[in-house]
Design a protein around this ligand. Structure first.
Ligand SMILES: C[S@@+](CC[C@H](N)C(=O)[O-])C[C@H]1O[C@@H](n2cnc3c(N)ncnc32)[C@H](O)[C@@H]1O
Length: 447
């Protein structure tokens, strides 16, 4: 065994930054005396974690830092049997739990991200992966490109006559078709997933676009500086080796039970029956961005989406934090005066809102979180707790104070202890002046 159990924690320390100091903070309702660390520090997020083991399999800007998850576990004061993250993202909670030999359940609605998590936690053999890499290279050499393999893609994806814009030049698209056909041929589902995730991790860098929190944009002067098939080969090889290194280093790690559910946490949590000691998560913020847009290139190219109906269906399964598809809007069953005042203020600003559904979306967002909290309440072990990282939003000068609305709803639901504390300030959108106005907070709930 490459990495004997006694060394796991030490290895974690070497690869994961040390735990944030704010963690020793308060218990009990602390809404108004919240301690705010230095503006701009990103204690909960992984923005500096590009070199961190497993985090580097796919750049996911909104990921937790693993040290946040380990600190959340430590803060329980006892060793948990089972933790859960209903908004799994890139799987930080799940892989951290696995490395600490703790059982975990995680839910993720985006099928590509669900595969990123499954790839990280699956017990791949480095030796098998090494053989698969050799076979893959040979198979790539034998396989002819076939543009039909990309026929499911929307028109803007592949260069063609009379198109003004395209995400991939034809040469890269044809080369991609060879990669996809070779991945299709891999029989072992775990190994196939590993290759898919490695390819997904380099797609945007091999395209004419970049993606940020606002969606997809063409690079400046993209026509003059388009990627090449050689760049795809080079980036894929680097990514494969990087991820492979983690497989090798952590091979033989503890095999705790990690349940990755691809689905909508509003319904999927009903499948879970074992008590949970810690539910730790960060849901999408109610800022109208849809993660389906942010990971759209990966979703389409890797075949998770095959039609615009698939795209719309995925949007419908995401939390009601955006208005990209029309859905029924309802409000939380438990009352929150703060939420009622917020929706009223938004309604008064209706003519300044860029979408008339924003006030209703805000109500529905909290209903969705309430549904997730109902499941947390059902599953929480007696000494367990829920830790949510949430962020405020702002529309037409009306702030959505997410943490305190959740605090009110959770109290009304019967959670015995509700603590809210701010952890950082986020920059608001350019329309709101880009000033540091929006708080990110941790909401801690106990039965
Ligand atoms: C802020 S990210 C979570 C990041 C995660 N903590 C990590 O470390 O990578 C929120 C995630 O929630 C997912 N999501 C949105 N709606 C969901 C739903 N209804 N059920 C499950 N996951 C959902 C999004 O796809 C996104 O990956």
């Amino acid at each position: 065994m490459r990495n004997p159990p006694a060394r796991y924690l030490q290895t974690l320390q070497e690869h994961f930054a040390s735990a944030p100091t704010w963690f020793a903070c308060t218990e009990g309702m602390d809404t108004h005396n919240a301690r705010a660390p230095a503006t701009g520090s990103a204690l909960t997020t992984n923005q500096d974690g590009k070199g961190t083991a497993f985090q580097r399999w796919f750049h996911f800007k909104e990921a937790f830092s693993p040290s946040f998850v380990t600190a959340a576990i430590d803060s329980l004061g006892y060793r948990p049997q089972h933790i859960a993250d209903p908004f799994g993202g890139s799987g930080t909670s799940a892989i951290t739990a696995q490395l600490l030999s703790i059982d975990a359940t995680t839910v993720e609605v985006n099928p590509f991200l669900a595969d990123v998590i499954k790839a990280k936690v699956s017990s791949l053999s480095a030796e098998k992966l090494r053989h698969a890499a050799v076979d893959f290279q040979a198979s790539l050499g034998r396989t002819c490109s076939n543009v039909l393999r990309l026929s499911h893609l929307p028109p803007t994806f592949v260069e063609g006559p009379e198109k003004r814009r395209w995400i991939f030049p034809l040469s890269v698209a044809l080369h991609l078709s060879r990669y996809l056909m070779c991945i299709d041929q891999i029989a072992d589902p775990d190994i196939q997933r590993f290759f898919k995730v490695a390819l997904g991790a380099v797609l945007v860098d091999c395209s004419n676009v970049y993606v940020n929190g606002k969606g997809r944009r063409y690079r400046s002067a993209w026509q003059d500086n388009q990627p090449t098939p050689e760049k795809l080969d080079e980036l894929f090889a680097i990514q494969f080796n990087t991820s492979f290194e983690d497989v090798l280093r952590f091979e033989g790690r503890p095999q705790s039970r990690i349940n990755v559910i691809h689905g909508d946490s509003r319904t999927a949590l009903a499948q879970v029956s074992e008590p949970i000691d810690l539910v730790v998560f960060s849901p999408p913020y109610p800022n109208t961005f849809d993660y389906t847009d942010i990971y759209n290139v990966e979703l389409w190219v890797l075949g998770y989406l095959g039609s615009s109906a698939d795209n719309a269906q995925l949007r419908k399964e995401t939390l009601r934090s955006h208005v990209q598809v029309s859905r029924p809007y309802d409000v939380p069953l438990q009352s929150s005066q703060l939420l009622a005042r917020t929706i009223e203020a938004l309604n008064q600003q209706q003519d300044r809102l860029w979408d008339a559904n924003i006030p209703a979306m805000v109500g529905a967002y909290f209903r969705d979180l309430e549904i997730v909290l109902e499941q947390c309440q059902r599953l929480l072990a007696p000494s367990g707790k829920v830790m949510m990282v949430v962020g405020d939003s702002r529309y037409a000068d009306v702030s959505i104070d997410v943490a305190n609305v959740i605090g009110e709803i959770a109290s009304a639901m019967g959670f015995g202890s509700v603590a809210v504390r701010k952890v950082r300030q986020m920059r608001s959108s350019a329309q709101q002046g880009g000033r540091l106005l929006l708080a990110e907070s941790i909401v801690e709930l106990r039965s």
